[in-house]
Structure formats: C-alpha cells, structure tokens
Write a protein that binds this ligand. Structure first.
Ligand code: NAD
Length: 431
C-alpha cells in the first residue's frame, strides 16, 4: 500500500496488480473485476484563487471515489506539489480495502490539490479549501463522500471546507468531514487511534503465538503520531521498545535512538519537536546511544514496527533483520516492498499488513462521523474500547482465514476486503 511519488513508479498500476492477484485467487467474475479495478467516479476540476498580490492562480483539484457499495466514500484530501491522478486513484482503492477489512460501513475515496501549502499564505489556503468544496459540493457530503486530513492538510483546512459546505447545503453537517478538532465536532481518541490500533492487532498475534508481551522487545521506525502511540501502549502492556528512529531536519538524515533498558515514552515526548524529530544532545544526556538511522531494523528484538514511511523494508534492508525477529507490524503505509515481503514469508516472519494494522485511524474517523450524526460525543475510554473491539475482531477474521487457506496475513486481509466489496456490489445488483 505504497504512497510513492518516485518518477516512473505508478501507484495505481501497483494497486491494480495487487487486486488482480487476489481477484484470481477468489475466482471473481469478469464484470466484478472490471468494476473493482477502476474508480467508480472521478472528478477533476480547476480552482481559481485570488492571491495576496492580486493575481489569480488556477490550481488543479481532484476527488476520486473508488467504490461506495458498502457505504459513503471515505478518504483524505492531500495538498502536494507532485500529486498525480494515479496516486489519488490508488489511494482511493486502498481506502476501499481498508474500510472493508475493518468492516466499517464506508467505501473508499481520496482527493487532492496540486499545490505546495508552504508557498501559500493562510488566506490563500483558506480560499483554496473553500474553492475545492464549491467545485464538488454536490458529489460529496455525509451520505455520499466524507473527506479527512491527509498529507499537508490539517483540522483547520477541514473546518474551512466544512464551513463552506454548510453554507452551500444550508445547515450544520458536522458528519461531512472528519479530523476536526475536539470541540468542533472532532472525536476524543483520534490522536491515539492509529498507534493504539497497531498494538491491539500486535497483542492479538502475540496471544496466538502464546508469547507473553512483557517478555518481548521491539524496534520502532519513526517517532511521529503513529509510532508515539504505538510505543506508548506497547510499553504500558509491558513490552520493551529498545529503539526508535527519526528524521533529523537539520542534518537531513535519520538517526536511531537506542537504549537497551528501554525507551521511555514520556521522556522521548519531552525531547521531540512537533515534526517527530528528537533532540540528540538531550537524548545522549539521558543515556541514549545515537546510531545511524537504518540501525533500527538490525536490532535483536522480537518485533519490528516500521511506522514512518513507505519503502523501508526492502530487498536490501531485509537482509539485516536479526534471526530473533518474528513479527513485523506495518504502522506506516507501504513500508514493505513485494520482494522483501517474499523474504519475510520464506523466513517465517509474520507481517501484519498496513491496511489492517493502521486501520485504527479510519475506524476512529468513522466513530467521529457517527458521533457527529448523533450530535452526542463519547468519552475517550468509550472511543478506545470500541476501537479495540473493532480492530481485534478484524484481526481475528484475517488470522482465521490465513490459517484456513494457508496464506499470508496480507493475502488473507485482501481476500476478506475484496470479497466483502464484491458481495456488496452483487447484492446491489450492480454486477
Ligand atoms: P508523522 O509525520 O507524525 O511522523 C513521521 C515520523 O517518521 C517522524 O518521527 C519522522 O521523524 C519519521 N521519519 C521520517 N523520515 C524518516 C526516515 N527516513 N527514517 C526514520 N524516521 C523517519 O507521520 P504519522 O502520522 O505518524 O504517519 C506515519 C505513517 O503512518 C505514514 O506512512 C502514514 O501514511 C501512515 N498512517 C498514518 C495514520 C495516522 O492516523 N496518522 C493513519 C494511517 C496510516
């Protein structure tokens, strides 16, 4: 499930190939395959923005709805200068599978604008957000398509979009968009949701392996939103994180922060800036060894949690994985390349695939939408306990199928997701 913008790499082609492989295993009929390997609807439009200097700049915007047979489409809006239609197509398809495997009643969508928000003033960004939703207002909404923040968009962008949508729709529709701030229709627990979800599925796999979590060690790549809360919950359950790695903005390279007696979540948070970078000098003072960035994957641990970015467990780096490692939990999107995945399978290392492991985020966004629609908000404990229940159930369905069919967790997760969507299309009489 890569999120890759390399020249020559086509994410949509890769998403279609993944789909074709599983469709063949499921013996899906031709019409269902033709329907599911393409987005159901695509909107491409232009957004004129009056810039601060008085000139007008025209931006290109997209919304792609891959499939809504199981419910309204769900997916982020990204602002990125190298955004491509094919990236958005692929991401919308992956959202369909993620919602289906988590068994939430939503489909898959994704949107974007080709722009670099770093070069736009706050007023220009606001105009862009309002312009985006004006072009698409009739085709999105709480019962059609529900956007959320993604790369380089945040709660403020979502609130501008919501405000403009509500002006057009003539009412208050907080369930139109998720990722809003708490108090403005956002859900408690959203910050923790993805990282905690990663650990809920890990905890279940360890139970299946009859491994006591308090006797396990993990190495984590990244110390941002997903990794911080994965470290937090895994440590609370008794596991020991021996290192985290992160990107150093000043030196333009990554470092691994290693401490054999374990990483302290609270201490690390104090040393971390808002971009997930860690202060090296202060970390040394409290006993961390600073190793090169790629060292995180070579540690003598039971569990690896890549939770930073795509393309990290590759044909090359997989060679460095220690014999002790039994589990890779993919917190990030697309951290493992297909070649590395084959090596993991051969070595008997179990990978919990990204679109299952990090589905806690979208599941909590769904809870946000539910709470907005009720106009009643749950306490954090209730949100997190519902999240645990959903993730645990989804994980066991995948684990059971992988055992029954003797396939990897990744293949089992795809088989469940694709069959659910195919079944919904059939029941609606579409194919
Ligand atoms: P984030 O920006 O909060 O944190 C990213 C972290 O990765 C930072 O600590 C950064 O220093 C580190 N990093 C960047 N480049 C690195 C490198 N080369 N080596 C080591 N560390 C590096 O991002 P996030 O929200 O935690 O997202 C992480 C991944 O999880 C992404 O792939 C994202 O698409 C995926 N994801 C996030 C969510 C969510 O709810 N946040 C949901 C689903 C999937």
């Amino acid at each position: 499930m890569a999120d890759i913008k390399d020249k020559g790499f086509n994410a949509f082609k890769m998403a279609q190939e993944q789909f074709d492989k599983v469709a063949a295993k499921l013996s899906l009929d031709e019409a269902t395959c033709n329907l599911l390997r393409e987005p159901i609807r695509e909107y491409h439009f232009t957004i004129p923005v009056r810039m601060d200097d008085g000139s007008v700049k025209v931006f290109k915007g997209f919304r792609i709805q891959h499939n809504d047979a199981r419910g309204p489409c769900k997916g982020g809006i990204r602002f990125h200068p190298q955004e491509t239609v094919d990236t958005v197509r692929a991401l919308s398809m992956w959202m369909t599978w993620k919602c289906a495997v988590a068994d939430i009643p939503l489909g898959g969508g994704k949107g974007g604008v080709i722009c670099d928000p770093h070069n736009l003033s706050s007023r220009e960004q606001e105009t862009l957000c309002r312009g985006w939703v004006r072009q698409i207002a009739r085709n999105v909404g709480p019962v059609q398509d529900v956007p959320a923040p993604d790369v380089m968009t945040n709660a403020q962008h979502m609130l501008w979009i919501l405000d403009e949508y509500e002006k057009i729709a003539g009412g208050r529709f907080p369930g139109f968009i998720t990722g809003k701030s708490v108090g403005m229709g956002g859900s408690l627990g959203r910050t923790e949701a993805t990282g905690y979800g990663v650990v809920y599925v890990l905890r279940e796999l360890l139970k299946d392996f009859k491994m006591d979590i308090s006797k396990t060690k993990a190495a984590v790549q990244g110390f941002g939103n997903v990794s911080q809360y994965a470290v937090d919950l895994y440590s609370k359950l008794g596991g020991k994180v021996v290192c985290v790695s992160c990107w150093d903005q000043a030196e333009s390279k990554s470092f691994t922060f290693f401490r054999p007696e374990g990483v302290s979540f609270d201490e690390m948070i104090r040393l971390t800036d808002r971009f997930g970078g860690i202060d090296k000098a202060k970390a040394k003072e409290v006993g961390y060894k600073i190793l090169p960035g790629e060292e995180w994957i070579k540690q003598d641990v039971d569990i690896l949690i890549p939770a930073a970015l795509e393309n990290q467990v590759t044909a090359e780096t997989v060679k460095g994985i220690a014999p002790r490692v039994k589990i890779v939990v993919e917190g990030a999107n697309g951290p493992t390349t297909p070649e590395a995945d084959e090596v993991l399978n051969k070595r008997g290392i179990i990978a919990i695939p990204d679109f299952l492991a990090n589905a806690g985020g979208v599941t909590c966004s769904y809870f946000e939408q539910v709470q907005c629609n009720m106009n009643y908000y749950w306490p954090k404990e209730e949100v997190l306990s519902k999240l645990d229940e959903k993730m645990t159930k989804a994980f066991h369905e995948v684990l059971d199928l992988s055992k029954r069919k003797a396939v990897s967790l990744r293949d089992a997760a795809y088989m469940i997701a694709i069959s659910r969507v195919a079944e919904a299309c059939k029941m609606r009489g579409w194919v």
